[in-house]
Design a binder for this molecule. Structure first.
Ligand code: SF4
Ligand code: SF4
Length: 103
């Protein structure tokens, strides 16, 4: 499963190629298609390699591309369970402290 997902706003792109050049995982390539301004925007050629680092987005001078991390649904559930456990521990500690204070 890819760790990142890329979004491209094709019409903003001026085909400078920075996103393609600076992507450490070689996820992108300039497309042979044109946008309405006559530029070749990037497209994703290796989606499985994307880490979601968003370097492409940071280098794009035209805010035409951005990426985000993909959250593994299983890990999301794990994180929710951990959060719920921690909350329970905190609540228990508060109750214990209240009991101690009441003595
Ligand atoms: S998020 Fe990172 S790995 Fe993915 S396409 Fe952009 S620069 Fe490449
Ligand atoms: S960096 Fe931005 S403007 Fe340059 S090719 Fe990539 S998407 Fe297009």
């Amino acid at each position: 499963m890819a760790k990142g997902r890329v979004s491209i706003v094709v019409e903003r792109c001026k085909a400078c190629g920075f996103c393609v050049e600076f992507c450490p995982s070689h996820v992108l390539a300039l497309s042979s298609a044109f946008n309405s301004k006559g530029y070749h925007p990037p497209h994703v050629v290796h989606p499985e390699k994307c880490s979601g680092c968003d370097l492409c987005g940071m280098y794009c001078p035209d805010f035409a591309i951005c990426a985000s991390k993909v959250v593994d649904p299983a890990k999301k559930v794990d994180a929710a369970v951990v959060q719920a456990r921690n909350q329970t521990k905190t609540e228990t500690a508060k109750l214990d402290a209240a009991k101690e204070g009441g003595k």
